[in-house]
Design a protein around this ligand. Structure first.
Ligand code: BGC
Length: 442
């Protein structure tokens, strides 16, 4: 049996990622809470409810789990509506609770990466028109408040999580709040998110010159469904340019490629210190004349590739390699801010984890500057419009009792984190079915 170890650079960091609304519980002052209570919005009528009860203090036991597994970084987010429940009021107790959490990470030798906006908005912001309006001033006030409060513990910041997903789900597909189907509104939202990011980037650097600020970009490989058909290739190109490229291009150049016009937002130019990459899966794109609102495309998952139990993710590790290559092309250090798979029974996850980690190893061997990997996620959490139906956790959550149950992947990931490497022994033990593919005899 072939034996080998894929070693990672000494400074490479391993961790897990999550977001406030998905784990805190009783988060009732934001747009998502209201959206969840309305019928037909969330699969099986689920609500976030108590979630993983982090707000009740269970972050402590989960941070212990992360530390004991050898994780040295953790990505989590601040819930804006908790710290600023009304435009004119700050909740100092909530801010203090976040400070305790950051101290909790430090005392466990874990470095936080803090996301300031992860899909949720305070209700008052939505009453003021949400992100269809320029909310830069409001966002910067909140960001300044949090940076001032946490800068003793935090110097890695992510302003926005997946602005493309936020805009498409909320304003094109209408499955996230505010539930619109209006492509013009989606572009207005994207534009305002660029403005707010740029303003926040400057504000964070004013308060903390040594901080590193980025965005978690969601990337999906867009393959033409019929590679031989020019129309499919064209549709795949449009999808890639709008979905994948719009935001990162704007932050690199300060220029926005809007339909039929160009817009300059000069302060956005060069406004990232690292490139956050969220990768889960790839898609196929077919030209569809009946879908003008979706840029004349029909998007689907590769029919032959292995799918996660809910058919949400296809297992395409090569797509991850292409995603990393794309991210590295932006000329910044890359942080894998999310990657994972929903899999209650943990049948696919060990293999998914090993093969995706292997792709990062290939990338670092070219000396590509990939600094860290955050697996999504530590404990099963509330998966937005799909409620609790998609367990992404290394630990399963039993919601009635709040008990956590370790899945085998948690042990595999702990071994990877502790060894700073992926070895043939680990693969033989946790994902024997791919052993020969990863470690051929010859
Ligand atoms: C989001 C997470 C989400 C994950 C899995 C990402 O797009 O940032 O909040 O839970 O995907 O669906």
């Amino acid at each position: 049996m072939a034996e080998a170890t894929f070693h990672f650079p000494r400074r490479f960091r391993w961790g897990t990622a999550t977001s406030a609304h998905q784990v805190e519980g009783n988060n009732n002052k934001n747009t998502w809470w209201v959206w969840e209570q309305q019928e037909g919005h969330i699969l099986r009528g689920h609500t976030s409810g108590l979630a993983c009860d982090w707000w009740g203090g269970r972050w402590r036991e989960d941070f212990d789990r992360a530390a004991e597994s050898g994780q040295t970084v953790l990505r989590l987010s601040i819930e804006w509506s908790r710290v600023q429940p009304e435009p004119s009021a700050w909740n100092e107790d909530a801010i203090d609770r976040y400070r305790q959490m950051m101290r909790g990470l430090h005392s466990r030798d874990i470095t936080p990466l803090v996301t300031l906006h992860h899909f949720t908005d305070p209700l008052w912001l939505s009453w003021e028109g949400g992100w269809e309006q320029d909310q830069s001033a409001a966002f910067v006030a909140y960001v300044e408040k949090m940076v001032t409060a946490l800068k003793e513990y935090v110097d890695w910041w992510c302003t926005f999580n997946e602005p493309n997903v936020y805009a498409v789900m909320g304003y094109v597909l209408g499955v996230f709040p505010p539930g619109k189907r209006d492509i013009g509104a989606a572009f207005r939202v994207m534009t305002n998110l660029v403005r707010a990011h740029a303003a926040a980037y400057q504000a964070i650097h004013r308060l903390q010159p040594k901080s590193r600020v980025g965005v978690a970009h969601h990337y999906r490989g867009m393959e033409p469904k019929r590679g031989w058909l020019p129309l499919d290739r064209m549709a795949a190109g449009w999808q890639a340019r709008t979905f994948n490229e719009f935001f990162p291009q704007a932050l690199a150049s300060g220029r926005l490629a809007l339909p039929l016009r160009r817009l300059r937002i000069a302060p956005a130019r060069g406004s990232q210190d690292f490139f956050g990459l969220n990768y889960y899966t790839e898609e196929q794109v077919a030209f569809d004349l009946r879908a003008p609102a979706d840029l004349f495309s029909h998007r689907s998952l590769h029919p032959e590739a292995e799918q996660s139990p809910s058919n949400f993710i296809v297992h395409r590790p090569q797509g991850f390699y292409r995603a990393i290559e794309w991210a590295v092309g932006h000329g910044l250090p890359v942080v894998i801010t999310e990657n994972g798979v929903d899999d209650e029974e943990d049948r696919l996850r060990p293999r998914y984890l090993a093969e995706h980690v292997h792709q990062i190893w290939r990338a670092v061997n070219f000396n590509w500057p990939v600094l860290a990997y955050f697996h999504w996620t530590l404990v099963d959490n509330f998966e937005w419009d799909r409620g609790w139906t998609q367990p992404f956790g290394l630990w399963a959550l039993e919601r009635d009792t709040q008990a956590r149950k370790k899945r085998p992947s948690a042990d595999l990931y702990a071994q990877i984190c502790q060894a700073n490497a992926l070895s043939s022994e680990m693969v033989a033990r946790y994902a024997p079915e791919i052993f020969l593919e990863m470690f051929p005899n010859e």
